[in-house]
Write a protein of this length. Structure first.
Length: 164
């Protein structure tokens, strides 16, 4: 199996994700670290994990936006509404891809082994912070092909290894 890791602090201790929930946890860790020090995210890992139902992808994907106030109020949580809102959107989008491809890992494998292809594939839908789609489109045009994951310097990436 191709191991997926996070640049910066990795909540799976550099082990490969083996489930959709672990892929969601890696994605959440990578995106919480965007413009935050990894040590801050690491220090709050237990609270973030508890607040996001242990990164149960199916559960979080079903949460309505109205749940954001409760997530913001959770003890020890990083209180950045845009990042929290983005995690809910990412859970929903990742769950859709998981259903379409059979699993989140199968979806990631479909993007290929090349890191740039992986970044491009993820960047078509993953949110670092929740932003208006029009603002996101303008930002993409303004960066002329530079992807948000590169600007944030946090990406999911593939290490060399076998596919299975």
């Amino acid at each position: 199996m191709l191991p997926w890791i996070v640049e910066g602090w990795n909540p799976l201790d550099d082990q490969p994700a083996r489930s959709d929930d672990q892929v969601f946890e890696l994605l959440a860790a990578a995106l919480f670290q965007a413009r935050f020090r990894p040590a801050v995210v690491q220090a709050r890992r237990a609270a973030i994990r508890r607040t996001f139902a242990g990164f149960d992808l199916a559960a979080v994907a079903a949460w309505p936006d109205e749940q954001i106030a409760g997530l913001m109020a959770a003890g020890g949580m990083i209180r950045n509404e845009k990042k929290i809102r983005a995690r809910l959107h990412n859970a929903n989008d990742l769950a859709v891809r998981s259903r379409r491809w059979g699993s989140a890992l199968a979806y990631l494998h479909s993007l290929g082994r090349d890191e740039e292809d992986l970044v491009r594939g993820i960047d078509t839908w993953a949110h670092y912070i929740a932003v208006d789609p029009l603002v996101r489109a303008r930002a993409r045009r303004a960066t002329a092909g530079k992807y948000e994951s590169r600007r944030a310097a946090i990406v999911l990436r593939a290490r060399t290894g076998s596919r299975h």
